[in-house]
Design a protein. Structure first.
Length: 272
């Protein structure tokens, strides 16, 4: 079933990679370009072309543009100086949606004390419409506001909701940062292939196609990852020999746990 057409008006603050992906998703879902405005002093060239081609307003006047949603796609490091000046855009019915890593609802409420606020964490596969976002809302967000946020975020992939904001640091480290871990896997697999004697281009192609193909199989299959792994593994075979290393005491599971813990600590530090 086709996704329903997006409605409402949106101010996008920050049109970098994630903001640009969201913008393209909204337009693809039928959001009227006249109902979108963007605040970004230097958007990437590909996004600037879209803004020009679709005649999307830049640097709108809050007296003339009253958005239903303000979506913050800023780097968290500049939030303290960039967020407070946006207050004139936030009216009684406006939903503020933040996808800034580590920035809590409480920190946003300092700038928008009476606003409905949704904190979300998407990931980079949003660029191809296959992202996943986890979101949490404050108590001022009603069903209508939550639906608007869900519609906007789902333009680039699946959306899951949680009630406990403290889970967002773990979300950031698993799905937000997770694509980098998968890319590292492909990179490492290619290097291992070259070390085993494969020509570089062939090793890179095998690693890329294996990772993307396995990901698509995981996406389509009703089986969980553990079962799919078992299905590839013959007792005493080559895969079993490799997994004996990867699943050892100091193997991938232990390394991943340490990596996620380090990322979670960094997410907490960003919130300070």
């Amino acid at each position: 079933m086709a996704a329903s057409k997006l409605r409402g008006s949106v101010l996008l603050v920050g049109a970098g990679k994630m903001g640009g992906a969201l913008l393209q998703g909204w337009l693809a879902r039928g959001l009227d370009p006249r109902r979108v405005a963007v605040l970004d002093p230097s958007p990437p060239p590909e996004t600037a072309k879209i803004l020009s081609a679709r005649k999307i307003a830049r640097a709108p006047d809050p007296k003339k543009f009253s958005p239903d949603a303000v979506l913050l796609a800023l780097k968290p490091q500049i939030a303290a100086e960039a967020v407070p000046p946006l207050a004139p855009f936030v009216k009684a019915k406006t939903v503020v949606i933040s996808i800034m890593a580590g920035r809590t609802i409480a920190s946003l409420a300092a700038a928008f004390p009476a606003a409905a606020i949704v904190r979300g964490m998407p990931n980079t596969p949003a660029a191809v419409g296959r992202g996943i976002t986890v979101a949490v809302a404050n108590k001022r967000t009603d069903a209508k506001g939550k639906k608007l946020a869900n519609d906007l975020l789902s333009a680039v992939g699946a959306v899951e909701w949680v009630e406990d904001e403290s889970l967002m640091d773990a979300v950031t480290t698993v799905s937000g940062s997770g694509p980098a871990y998968v890319f590292l896997l492909a990179e490492s697999l290619a290097k291992a292939g070259m070390a085993a004697g494969l020509p570089p281009l062939l090793a890179q192609k095998l690693a890329r196609e294996t990772v993307t193909g396995a990901g698509e199989l995981l996406h389509r299959s009703p089986l969980d990852a553990a079962k799919l792994r078992e299905n590839v593994t013959s007792p005493g075979g080559t895969t079993a020999a490799a997994l004996e290393i990867l699943m050892g005491k100091e193997g991938l599971e232990a390394l991943m746990a340490k990596a996620v813990a380090a990322a979670a600590k960094r997410a907490r530090d960003l919130a300070k």
